[in-house]
Write a protein that binds this ligand. Structure first.
Ligand SMILES: *Cc1c(COP(=O)(O)O)cnc(C)c1O
Length: 378
């Protein structure tokens, strides 16, 4: 079999390895200078005053929910077309995720549907930049402001992206980035809250560190967690964010290679290209194509199986959250509730995508996709 092409791969250089080794030779393995520097770099990138480093994107979202006072019974308007953590962070606090369908052009929550879903119990909006696409974030922010709602931006897939002249992470009360190894930059595991609100910042700083009130290590002011980010993770992140523009440029280059290689399939009406806006400045998280409407989920799954058999990493981003079994049990949702989300989710597939992707690899993937769609399609 020919060479395997992974779905994703981190972009780690000697500088990252050295920075982590330096931490291991120091006497500060947690709560030290690297986390502060990494926080400042992420806040600057989001045009925010404060960054709060945490153990994951999920823990960052949870702390945002808590620090905005979202409680049992409160409704949070969000998208079913996302990674599961977007919904889980609301459920952790026994608040109620209220799903609204997505816009078929952007795959982000449809702004009109979001506004229509607001009730007197709605406390917040929690939109997501699906695959890094920043579309509609100005509209969500306007709606949240007009209706007196809090807004958390789940920008875990959008670090470095822009909407007009505003960076991802700049919308609403607070935003959260994530640094799992498949994200644009990684800390192994890690996340970052960004905000301009000093009260949110203080609460997040306390709650990530066991609810500590002050420097007094055994004085606890509130219920807290251990959601800290270690110095070695932060050191890795600090080098990575210093390289962010370079990494994003490589990813845009990889996306442009795919745009070129798959254009014929789109022209032939076999696939829809990724929906990303601001393509020349975008932050690409994954490269996701959608099969034409006449294909079924079974056809899509056959393409995934065919690609995998050919040694090509791929995945079905996302399974709609409202169709996950435990979510159906907890919230009473069911297939059919959000037809646009389900139509899109049945036909999308993520192709191998990372900074060092070679033109020859892109060509091999495109040939395999073409072969699957023209030989076995309807
Ligand atoms: C990656 C991601 C998260 C958080 O992931 P962690 O694995 O907890 O760091 C949250 N939301 C979205 C949309 C994501 O893609």
């Amino acid at each position: 079999m020919s060479e395997l092409i992974p779905l994703s791969a981190p972009d780690i250089t000697h500088a990252e390895r050295q920075a982590v080794a330096d931490v291991l030779s120091s006497d500060r393995l947690s709560i030290g200078p690297r986390i502060e520097a990494f926080e400042a770099a992420c806040a600057a990138r989001a045009g925010r005053k404060y960054g709060i480093g945490v153990s994951s994107g999920t823990s960052g979202l949870h702390l945002c929910v808590r620090s905005l006072g979202i409680e049992e019974g409160d409704e949070v308007v969000t998208t079913p077309f996302s990674f599961i953590a977007t919904t889980n962070c609301v459920l952790f606090e026994r608040a109620k995720p209220v799903f609204v369908d997505i816009d078929p052009e952007s795959y982000n929550m449809a702004p009109g549907a979001a506004e229509a879903a607001i009730t007197e119990r709605t406390k917040a909006m929690l939109p997501v930049e699906a695959f890094g696409n920043t579309a509609h974030f100005d509209a969500y922010e306007r709606i949240a402001r007009q209706r007196g709602l809090a807004m958390i931006e789940d920008c875990c897939e959008a670090l470095g992206g822009v909407l007009g002249d505003r960076p991802a992470g700049n919308f609403g009360d607070c935003g959260v980035f994530a640094f799992y190894p498949n994200k644009q930059i990684t800390t192994g595991e890690g996340g970052m809250i960004v905000t301009d609100d000093p009260a949110v910042r203080d609460l997040c700083v306390s709650m990530r560190n066991q609810g500590r009130a002050t420097e007094a290590w055994l004085s606890h002011a509130r219920l807290g967690y251990n959601y800290r980010l270690s110095e070695s993770n932060a050191a890795l992140g600090l080098v990575q964010i210093g390289r962010l523009d370079e990494i994003l440029a490589s990813r845009r280059r990889a996306a442009a290679l795919y745009d070129q290689a798959l254009g014929k399939l789109a022209d032939a009406g076999l696939i829809h290209m990724p929906t990303m806006i601001h393509r020349d400045k975008a932050s690409w998280f994954v490269y996701v194509i959608r099969l034409a409407d006449r294909f079924t989920q079974t056809d899509r799954d056959a393409v995934l199986a065919g690609l995998r058999a050919a040694g090509i990493g791929c995945n079905n981003y996302f399974v709609p959250i409202h169709t996950q079994p435990y979510i159906m049990d907890m919230l009473g949702t069911k297939p059919g509730d959000f037809p646009v989300t389900e139509h899109v989710a049945a036909r999308t597939l993520a192709l191998p995508f990372f900074a060092g992707l070679a033109e020859s690899q892109v060509e091999r993937v495109a040939e395999e996709v073409a072969r699957m769609l023209t030989c076995s399609g309807p």
